[in-house]
Design a protein around this ligand. Sequence first.
Ligand SMILES: *Cc1c(COP(=O)(O)O)cnc(C)c1O
Length: 414
Amino acid sequence: MGIVVGRRGRTLSERDPEVAGILAAESHRRHTTLQLIAAENYTSPAVLEALASPLADKYAEGYPGNRFHGGCAYADLAERTAVERAQDLFGAAHVNVQPHSGSAAVLAAYAALLRPGDPVLALGLAYGGHLTHGSPANFSGRWFRFTGYGVDAESGLLDYEQVRALARATKPKAVVCGSIAYPRHIDHAAFREIADEAGAYLIVDAAHPIGLVAGGAAPSPVPYADVVCATTHKVLRGPRGGMLLCTEELAERIDRAVFPFTQGGAPMNVVAAKAVAFGEAATPAYARYAHRTVANARAMAEQLAEEGLHVTTGGTDTHLITADPAPLGGLDGRAARDLLGAAGMVLDTSALPHDSRGIRLGTAAVTTLGMGEEEARTIASLVGRALRGDVDGARAGARELAEAFPPPYPDPHG
Ligand SMILES: *Cc1c(COP(=O)(O)O)cnc(C)c1O
């Protein structure tokens, strides 16, 4: 009878005012505060359209041409398009676009290359390693024997000699590089050499910088890594999800590790939306955005230092900045994050090189909204203003800036 889904002309707010109200409030929040979470972005209207498409309802377990379900002709086309676009974009021999998330991609990479109990070398969590890099609260820490390398306490930079020494001492089956907090480019060639010497696989978890790589604003890990794990929703600006890039040699193992080993069917609307995002990322406009994101982060880092924060490594090569707010006002990372949140600047805490917590900011989202270096400096001075105690003044400034650069959808409370 089509009683529930079939009624025409009824909007979400008419059908379900409760959830519609929640979504409207979230939209309003975006219109009135600054999104500085380094992992977040604004997906384009085209990506959102693909997410809300009929493929949202399609089951397509397996891979194109080899599905467990009927009716997959267009699901197959969507997935093939996503894979081919990602291969072109990243120059990767093989791509799997099915991982549900960045963590799911890392899980599949481990499943493809490792056995439970194998030794693995990765950046320690206290230095910006991700949960999937050996946290005892995560499958990775439970199933593998992780050793963590660090960063230099003074410079905040990776110490490749320490990594090499630890690789010699622990003989890992895989070396993992990639971080949630490292603001500089990673020397993939150095990691490749270290992995080769240890007879280990090199897994690059490029969840954050992959979007810069797509725009030519960061060096590509693809020529060096056995497997690259990535997300599609951070700088890359696509739907929330993961992907894997690997050599031809590992293609079959990676595919089997994703499905059927760690996942069932992939959400095909998300796969289609990934294809849209890869198409967008192949344009000159996207390359300009990626470079601008880095330029904005550099300007923001410079101004944060000017305000009196201690910026880790003295700046950034990427979209990401970590800083110690303590020199200005004495707050630790958590207190600073809460204070800045109250001032309309939404950001995270972060590991700092010497075992304390600071704040982490990113410029991908505000750059998508059209902000440039001037606005990046303004945001940094608003951070300074709030940390010096003028929360009301900072909040007014943040709101004014947010309203001048609105998200690509209307403010329901505007
Ligand atoms: C974001 C991130 C992940 C996980 O991504 P999810 O989609 O949240 O699972 C994994 N590794 C690194 C380095 C990340 O930055």
